[in-house]
Design a protein around this ligand. Structure first.
Ligand SMILES: C[S@@+](CC[C@H](N)C(=O)[O-])C[C@H]1O[C@@H](n2cnc3c(N)ncnc32)[C@H](O)[C@@H]1O
Length: 406
């Protein structure tokens, strides 16, 4: 049976209510989500003047060993001038502001290159009185130099939409740092609880070891992803989930909508899903969509991006069973000049149903570090509609296929 590509504008997983993953420019139209987000986190290009890449693992062996990844361009962080960068940032920030609810918060993640300019821009767009914090995220990683102090922090500008802002610092307790305790006298009270005391200015301050402590505006307890960190997706500039967990937990309640218009590897969406929030994440790069889609499989997401793999070919078989049919993908060619062909070129695939430009997956398969082999067969319930297969390949193409006579 011949399989042909069909135009598909949306993938709807389960009821599609957990969140949205969209392929869109951050300056594009997000008006259908206006006033709905409790938190917008933006991690845009920093104007580094560099190019960034995605390292895609390929095939079972590539996933087992991590060797010979396919290195693809992710995005270019090059702007002709500071003004061009600030115009770009302004339009993304205007969208962020419009997305926010009245009690919402913006977190704009930058580094020392543009943070001062961005602060002035945010003052203009959000109002100086709505500035909340300049968070310093300090880390150990990065290069060394003797020419100046090595740059070891990012800056996260935190603004509220209005004075009705929701914020709960008690949602983000930290473990009490040993450093602070070491300077203090250790005591045990009549109930057996340990505490530390220190005298200052004629007063005695008491800190119980089991009392929660809360972060200040300098965050030193969240490390950058290490080389072998299991969270690593291969997407350059990926941020740690712990960073987004903290931001999301203090600025939103369960069920709230968290938005990120520079999704990258999808860290914000993953953190939102893990903490019981809904997500709206978008990026201009199809590879971001591929990487993020995989991290979100199992959630009820809606993916809005036209599927297209020009010149691709796919072969599959359907074996009828009782109640379920077995669906096999037997071959895939990304395009005539692709270096990687066959099932090695498939990063993820789903079996589902197709109708009116919408694909509804019923079963998903994806290569992962824990399961490098691509599951060869997926089960599709019988008699629900037109059987269809979605392929997400290692080049970032997504394509939806149905049988020619369907
Ligand atoms: C610093 S990365 C984001 C990393 C992300 N926070 C993560 O944890 O993986 C910036 C992202 O902005 C995207 N980007 C660049 N220009 C864009 C634009 N005009 N609209 C939307 N996304 C854009 C890039 O494709 C890249 O994925």
């Amino acid at each position: 049976m011949r399989w042909v590509q069909v135009e598909c504008r949306q993938e709807v997983h389960a009821d599609g209510q957990d969140g949205d993953l969209i392929l869109r420019d951050a300056r594009g139209d997000f008006s259908s989500f206006q006033g709905q987000a409790a938190c917008v986190y933006l991690d845009p290009p920093f104007m580094t003047g560099e190019d960034f890449y995605v390292r895609m693992r390929v095939g079972e062996q590539g996933w087992e060993t991590g060797r010979n990844p396919l290195v693809l361009s992710a995005y270019s962080d090059k702007f002709a001038s500071k003004q061009q960068y600030l115009d770009f940032l302004r339009r993304a920030l205007e969208n962020a502001r419009d997305l926010l609810r009245e009690d919402g918060s913006l977190f704009l993640h930058l580094d020392s290159r543009m943070s001062a300019h961005a602060r002035i821009l945010c003052d203009e767009l959000f109002g100086e009185s709505n500035f909340v914090n300049e968070i310093i995220w300090a880390y150990q990683s990065g290069g060394r130099t003797l020419k100046r102090f090595p740059r070891k922090h990012d800056t996260i500008l935190f603004y509220r939409k209005s004075r009705h802002q929701y914020f709960d610092i008690t949602a983000v307790p930290q473990t009490r740092s040993e450093h602070r305790q070491n300077h203090m006298r250790r005591c045990v009270d009549e109930n057996g609880r340990t505490y530390r005391t220190i005298q200052s200015g004629g007063k005695t301050y008491t800190y119980y070891d089991d009392d929660p402590v809360y972060p200040g505006d300098v965050w030193t307890d969240v490390s950058h992803l290490q080389q072998k960190d299991p969270q690593r997706t291969g997407y350059d500039t990926q941020k740690p989930q712990a960073l987004l967990n903290r931001i999301i937990r203090c600025a939103t309640r369960p069920g709230d909508l968290v938005a990120d218009l520079f999704a990258g590897s999808g860290t914000t969406a993953v953190a939102a899903a893990q903490t019981g929030r809904r997500f709206l994440v978008s990026d201009i790069n199809p590879l971001s969509l591929t990487v993020t889609r995989k991290r979100l499989l199992g959630t009820g997401m809606t993916v809005t991006a036209a599927t297209v793999a020009p010149g691709a070919a796919m072969q599959a078989e359907i074996d009828p069973g009782i109640a379920f049919n077995d669906v096999y993908v037997t071959d895939y060619r990304p395009s005539c000049d692709a270096e990687i062909i066959g099932l090695d070129a498939v990063d993820q695939w789903s079996a589902g149903f197709y109708a009116d430009g919408i694909f509804r997956p019923q079963a998903n398969a994806a290569r992962q570090k824990q399961s490098p082999a691509l599951p060869p067969v997926l089960q599709l319930p019988q008699l629900r509609g037109i059987p269809a297969i979605l392929i997400a390949d290692v080049y970032g193409n997504r394509s939806v296929w149905i049988q020619e006579d369907a």
